[in-house]
Design a protein around this ligand. Structure first.
Ligand code: ACM
Ligand code: ZN
Length: 756
């Protein structure tokens, strides 16, 4: 099914006609390419004044190409909106090793020149010509004239990926083709297909029919409901069964389709964990020998290796990819500890422990793949217990793990949760469909640089590339999946392709806002970006103030704001630079587009209060997991946001929180205030009470007030509770005591101690 639904009739001609001079191109200008609506931004753009009239489309000139290559490229063009006509401008495609074909080893560079003779495209490879055509498609969609320009381009990384989980919810081949179409258009080239997991096995394997006959089906359509139930599987054809799998014919068709678009499909077969569905139907492969007892294969049992090798044989036969992903993540070691066969394997092989056992499996499977001419990729847990340098590490548990692996000599694909987990919220949770949690707005994706400045050239070369991961626990429909992918994948495409010095968020923001309607026209369902501005606060120590910054993902829009609690309107102040707050106020902001308000007003209380910068004495320590910036966090004037993990909330895992602010000398005090967060799902509760007391010497304290609240212990969602006192008092040391609802395992999260 074609990606682009709106294309004009095509007329092809391979003959070279004489060249018509329609427009002059002159006056060279090495440019950032800002006016060009290209995603990803090419790595070198020289614009010239003038433009080429392409109202009659293009006349293909491909006689210097090998005929099969010419056929493939013209065949691909046939399904795309570039108008090919006998009267059009010459569009010359040829192979060349000349010019600025710098490369990262993947041979994907191209040169695209638009001048008064027409358009000239050259590359050392077919894929380079293909990518040049993507750039030309983007240049030519803005009207009848395209600007005169010379583009010399090549990707920063050879691996530019998208991962989709089809186990937790099932996605059709047509849907995957549609995503691959758009991936290729934005020059992404690796589709990582998460084919197996507890929620359903999705690949036909002839030798093990139960994998698709039962392990691919479950009673509940929603993963959440299935997970909350007894996590059963049912046989195919059971009334109401949800699931599915891909036949070998379907897989072969998708591989062919992707290859035509220069996208490689990397299959993932999970082992040794995330395999509940396999062990439910082949229970002999689990440590207990019983179904529904474990998610991990028994590594002590030779039958496990027989099974995995047989499955991999069929995978290898089907998938031409040199790399096979074998999962390796999140395997529990509990069953192996109690299993005589696993323990015998540890002893027999001289392994150190259960981590060594997992590593034994990964090494053995790697050797098996290698014997078949293939190589292994695994999630970063494959590093635990030892790994050979030949395996590729897909780093997901944080940027640091990938950096460390590259330093140790491993080839890595960077997919860290902080930047690459597209199952997180991309806007304020109250305005989004339910997601797994966390917050990953598009600007955060865009900001990612997978190669730290501190890397040596050798270390940098080990970073093969980047990938966005779409886990589907909370994504039940294709429309929702597209909403989570787009437009964040455009940001990842630019991270993967464009050199860091060529990137600019401000410029990308403009381009991505123009790209969203194009995706919509083509039948995609992108998130259209936040209709509310984001507010961020920082401390301006020079001016003794809190600096308030408003930002927006939208373009073009205006941000208007107030600082007196009133609702911002068209007549309110236009935001142009951070505003400084030196006292206590509420700032409110709203977006306006074409003089009309967009979305809701957002407000934030800002207190540049008297305890800012003072010393905090911790009678009970904050948790090292939630330091919120450390010892200054409670007096930095920066309130916490919606999420307890946003780095502004300080977490305490103590029976009673007990902290003191030292004002330096005795001062008059008129108001005290603290705020706590409640989220029972995350084991965070409000304190039972909050007591404020004062002292001159940090020894003899007199209590000012003890405050309570009425929030239910199991109240759902995230709530915030302010505890405040006002009156007249004097003191140097201000103490806050707040007992947790339980002695153990009850978190307390506080963001600020406000003193007036
Ligand atoms: C993963 O997210 N478990 C790789
Ligand atoms: Zn075992």
């Amino acid at each position: 099914m074609p990606l682009y639904c709106h294309f004009k009739p095509l007329f092809k001609s391979l003959s070279l006609l004489f060249i018509i001079l329609l427009s002059a191109c002159n006056s060279v200008n090495k440019s950032s390419g800002e006016s060009l609506r290209l995603i990803p931004m090419p790595n070198s753009v020289t614009t010239r004044s003038g433009s080429l009239d392409v109202s009659k489309g293009f006349r293909l000139v491909v006689e210097e190409l090998p005929s099969d290559m010419a056929f493939r490229l013209t065949d691909w063009l046939n399904g795309n909106p570039l108008v090919i006509s006998d009267e059009g401008q010459p569009l010359r495609l040829h192979l060349s090793n000349e010019g600025n074909h710098i490369d990262n080893g993947s041979n994907e560079s191209y040169t695209l020149t638009v001048n008064r003779k027409g358009v000239d495209i050259s590359s050392p490879s077919e894929v380079g010509l293909f990518y040049a055509l993507q750039s030309l498609l983007q240049l030519s969609r803005s009207g009848d004239r395209i600007p005169c320009v010379e583009i010399n381009d090549q990707p920063r990384f050879a691996y530019r990926g998208l991962h989709i989980d089809v186990s937790r919810h099932f996605f059709s081949i047509d849907f995957l083709k549609k995503q691959i179409d758009a991936m290729a258009h934005y020059k992404l080239n690796m589709f990582h297909w998460h084919l197996t997991d507890a929620a359903g096995w999705r690949l036909q394997v002839d030798r093990y029919p139960e994998l698709t006959g039962t392990a691919a089906w479950r009673p509940q359509a929603s993963w959440k409901e299935w997970w909350a139930s007894d996590r059963a599987y049912v046989t195919e054809g059971t009334p109401g069964a949800y699931g599915g799998y891909y036949t070998k014919e379907e897989v072969a068709e998708l591989i062919r389709y992707a290859a035509e678009r220069h996208v490689t499909i990397i299959p993932e077969i999970e082992m040794p964990g995330h395999s509940e569905e396999v062990l439910a139907v082949y229970p002999n492969l689990s440590c207990s020998g019983k179904p529904y007892t474990a998610g991990e294969f028994c590594i002590g049992n030779e039958e496990t290796f027989e099974f995995l090798e047989n499955v991999l044989d069929e995978v290898i036969e089907l998938f031409p990819s040199k790399y096979i992903h074998v999962g390796g993540d999140e395997a529990s070691k509990e069953h192996w500890k109690r299993c005589p066969k696993c323990q015998a394997r540890i002893k027999g092989e001289g392994l150190k422990d259960e981590a060594g056992l997992q590593s034994y499996l990964i090494r053995r499977i790697e050797q098996y793949l290698y014997s078949k001419g293939r190589e292994l990729i695994g999630w970063d847990e494959i590093l635990e217990g030892g790994l050979d340098n030949s395996a590729v590490v897909m780093a997901w548990r944080g940027e640091g793990i990938g950096i460390e692996a590259a330093r140790q000599g491993y080839r890595v694909i960077m997919t860290p949760g902080e930047y690459a987990y597209f199952d997180k919220y991309q806007g304020m949770p109250d305005k989004q469909p339910e997601a797994i949690g966390g917050f990953l707005p598009i600007e955060m994706v865009y900001s990612y640089n997978p190669v730290p400045d501190s890397f040596s050239p050798e270390e940098a070369a080990r970073v093969w590339g980047v990938q966005a991961n779409l886990w589907a626990e909370y994504i039940e429909t294709e429309a929702h999946m597209e909403y989570m992918i787009w437009p964040r994948l455009l940001a990842m495409a630019e991270v993967a392709w464009t050199a860091p010095e060529r990137k600019s968020w401000e410029n990308f923001r403009q381009r991505v806002n123009r790209e969203i309607p194009i995706l919509q026209e083509r039948g995609y369902n992108p998130y259209t970006l936040s209709e509310e501005p984001f507010i961020s606060l920082s401390r301006d120590t020079v001016n003794s103030a809190t600096a308030v910054t408003f930002t927006t993902e939208r373009y073009p829009v205006e941000i208007r704001y107030t600082t007196d609690g009133s609702e911002p309107g068209m007549g309110s102040e236009l935001y142009t630079a951070p505003i400084r707050v030196t006292d206590s106020t509420v700032v409110s902001a709203r977006l306006f587009q074409a003089d009309k308000p967009l979305g809701d007003v957002v407000s934030q209380r800002v207190d540049y209060h008297r305890a800012i910068g003072k010393e905090v004495l911790y009678n009970t320590p904050f948790s090292r997991y939630y330091p919120a910036g450390g010892a200054e966090a409670l007096v930095d004037g920066l309130p916490g946001g919606q999420a307890h993990g946003d780095g502004r909330w300080q977490g305490f895992l103590v029976p009673e929180l007990d902290v003191v602010v030292d004002m330096g000398k005795a001062v008059d005090i008129s108001k005290l205030q603290v705020r706590f967060l409640h989220n029972a799902n995350a084991w965070i509760w409000l304190p039972k009470t909050v007591t404020f007391s004062l002292s001159e010497d940090n020894e003899a304290y007199r209590s000012l007030v003890t405050l309570t609240h009425e929030v239910e212990e199991d109240g759902s969602g995230t709530l915030f509770q302010t505890f405040g006192w006002s009156g007249e008092a004097m003191g140097r040391f201000i103490r806050v005591q707040a007992p947790a609802i339980r002695e153990r395992d009850a978190w307390l999260f506080m963001d600020e101690i406000v003193v007036w």
